[in-house]
Design a protein. Structure first.
Length: 323
């Protein structure tokens, strides 16, 4: 199988995944309320906020007893997030629940908590039930993040145009778009719960793509100057360069994947809850996208872009000769 045929297969696979992701995300947007499976940060939720006086609940032991009481009353509803905060004269415990939890049952549990924690009817220790409506999908945050990521991609294009040639800059930009497209498509297809971690990981994909592209194009530039490849087809030289840079890019991805796996295992052990794996699974998808895009798709893209630029240069020379 020639390198040109392999390149077409790599590009086709990349295109199929991106198109599938866009299709799944679009269908889910209209039928299930979101292009992605938005997590708690980007979704409406119900909460119980327990406010207490530090004068009556002084010290970790007293606060711990208060929390145990609240946990007992609210334990049946499986909160996906519990947070504690304390100020000078008071503190609060916040329990967050999906909108599917019964408001009536939560209100009843809140009344039971109030009957226990505020026996003196001081009004300083009180539990309150809330229903928070969030702008669906957190689209404002994603729009601003998209602008920032697009700016980073534009910077990458300018940098590569100066450091290498315009054709390398075009290839790097297309490769960056492809890698980000692979990542968001996989996130849409797998329906992993996503939040602000999606934004951070998309930015990481852009950065890793830029680093991997530098490794590849440094090798390509070196081999194009090598007299041993003077008569070798340019696409084959790019394939050779990709093979030489593959090890560095794979080692980089593996080095980043190891701490992700370790942190995921530690989180599961500490919290005994598999839902905490969602951000780590998303990180793995980001690394897989970078790995495939940089090791396989990027050389294929550059081979095509290089051929287009070479053809354009040849046509310009022919036109110049005729005139």
């Amino acid at each position: 199988m020639t390198n040109k045929i392999k390149n077409r297969i790599f590009v086709i696979i990349c295109a199929i995944v991106i198109v599938a992701g866009m299709a799944v995300g679009t269908v889910c947007h209209f039928l299930f309320g979101g292009f992605f499976n938005y997590g708690g940060e980007f979704s409406s939720y119900k909460s119980v906020v327990v406010t207490y006086s530090t004068a009556e609940y002084a010290g970790d032991k007293k606060v711990g007893e208060l929390k145990s009481t609240c946990d007992e009353k609210l334990g049946a509803f499986s909160a996906y997030e519990v947070s504690l905060g304390e100020k000078t004269t008071g503190g609060e415990i916040v329990y967050k629940y999906p909108t599917s939890v019964s408001s009536e049952e939560l209100s009843k549990a809140v009344a039971d908590i109030n009957a226990v924690i505020d026996t003196d009817d001081s009004g300083l220790n009180v539990a309150v039930f809330h229903e928070a409506e969030t702008f669906v999908g957190g689209s404002k945050a994603i729009i601003f993040a998209s602008i920032a990521i697009a700016s980073a991609a534009a910077f990458e294009f300018i940098y590569f145009a100066f450091r290498y040639k315009l054709r390398a800059a075009v290839s790097a930009l297309v490769g960056c778009i492809a890698n980000v497209g692979l990542f968001v498509s996989l996130a849409a297809i797998t329906r992993l719960p996503v939040g602000t971690d999606l934004i951070a990981l998309a930015a990481a994909v852009v950065l890793l793509t830029m680093i991997g592209s530098c490794v590849l194009f440094d090798r390509v530039r070196k081999n194009f100057k090598n007299d041993a490849y003077a008569k070798t087809d340019r696409c084959d030289v790019i394939a050779i360069s990709a093979a030489e840079s593959k090890k560095i890019n794979l080692v980089t991805v593996i080095a980043l994947a190891l701490p992700v796996v370790v942190l995921a295992i530690c989180s599961v052990i500490a919290l005994l809850n598999l839902t905490v794996l969602a951000p780590y699974a998303a990180a793995v998808l980001a690394l897989v996208s970078c790995c495939y895009g940089t090791v396989f798709a990027m050389p294929a893209i550059h081979c095509g872009v290089d051929a287009l630029f070479a053809r354009a240069a040849a046509n310009a020379e022919a036109d110049k000769a005729k005139s």
